[in-house]
Design a protein around this ligand. Sequence first.
Ligand code: IMP
Length: 194
Amino acid sequence: MLTVIAATQNKHKLTELRSIMEKFGMEVISQAEAGLGDIDVVEDGDTFEANSFKKANEIMKLSGKIAVADDSGLAVDYLGGAPGVYSARYAGEHKSDLDNNNKLLAELDGIENRRASFVSVVTMVYPDGKVLAARGECPGKIIHAPRGDGGFGYDPLFVPDGFEKTFAEITAEEKNTVSHRAKALEKLEEMLNK
Ligand code: IMP
């Protein structure tokens, strides 16, 4: 079984990466389990691709093992793709998911076009320098008030196409079949099997 280190400090992302990659026969271990403690790679790139590669590459270099990273965010049509790579700190540094959600609702107040997509770029970096990267997108819409208490981030505000419920109202299993992260990882898996 292929064992990879997840280059993230986000417990929700770790759980999702784990359950999706498990289905593909891969074992995901956390930075802590790999003995790396709480290293937080600075995300200073302006694309998902750049940040995703940076996180995986740094963790691979520090551990000498295969690392996988997800860089993701919400791209809102009316906001020209914002918050995008800045999704985690949309309301400012050290603000909460709730602050970010409230800012998004304020920006879309009175706006009819609520189309948005979640985007994830997953990158796997090997100690020999091999790099695999894949992008997944999940289209949907932003509702007017949060619903549900599962998931994380913008999940309570996002209804994926084909669903009536938000990402925070569906089960983790359902989210892991349609999410941006699942789609990116499915593509990555195809690359691994080529
Ligand atoms: P980063 O990849 O560490 O830059 O953070 C991505 C940010 O995008 C998260 O902190 C969330 O705010 C948002 N995000 C990414 N994926 C999801 C998701 O599956 N659900 C809800 N929010 C997400």
